[in-house]
Design a protein around this ligand. Structure first.
Ligand SMILES: Nc1nc2c(ncn2[C@@H]2O[C@H](COP(=O)(O)OP(=O)(O)O)[C@@H](O)[C@H]2O)c(=O)[nH]1
Ligand SMILES: [Mg+2]
Length: 162
């Protein structure tokens, strides 16, 4: 099974918008009730990161991920992730700052949050309103895939049919 990009973020932080961009579809934004597996992505419910008793599900689901994206919405100055959270995953973790059109002035706050969570740079700032930052993130993710970030089953099984 090919591994997917896992998207974590609180309610309304832009998870579904990012999934649609990575999947290249335009399916309507529906409130996430549960984990949604797309062709390339895994979207997790906001309630999983908003509720510490659900963290273990995020960590279990990440077994099927080649890359984890942690989303921060700087238009809501809310500390969602516990310190060091990024270190719980054994695949690469990247930081995505959403809705930069609404709260560009809070970008420094978001960078400090990322550092506290244990996410290494580069951080990706996105706006789906202005359509900025998405291509840079996509390029980074494909380059990571080519580098073999997060070994897929096809690699582990050695059958080479990626
Ligand atoms: N201004 C602005 N709004 C956004 C952006 N990304 C998402 N939104 C809006 O924020 C709301 C929540 O987005 P959604 O992708 O459904 O978030 P989710 O709950 O994390 O899946 C929706 O009304 C989106 O249209 C953005 O970059 N800029
Ligand atoms: Mg959603």
């Amino acid at each position: 099974m090919k591994k997917r990009i896992m998207i974590i973020g609180p309610t309304q932080s832009g998870k579904t918008s990012l999934v649609n961009a990575l999947e290249n579809t335009n399916r309507p934004l529906i409130k996430t009730q549960d984990v949604i597996y797309g062709k390339k992505t895994i979207e997790t419910p906001g309630s999983y990161i908003e509720n510490p008793s659900m963290y273990r599900y995020l960590i279990a689901i990440a077994q099927d991920a080649s890359h984890v994206l942690l989303l921060i919405d700087p238009s809501r100055l809310m500390e969602v992730y516990p310190p060091g959270f990024a270190k719980a995953f054994n695949c690469p973790v990247s930081g995505v700052i959403t809705k930069i059109d609404l709260a560009g002035q809070n970008a420094d706050w978001a960078y400090r949050q990322m550092k506290k969570i244990g996410v290494n740079e580069p951080y990706f700032s996105l706006s789906f309103k202005d359509n900025t930052g998405v291509e840079a993130l996509k390029n980074y993710l494909s380059a990571n895939e080519l580098r073999g970030g997060g070994l897929g089953d096809e690699v582990l099984n050695g059958n080479g049919t990626a």
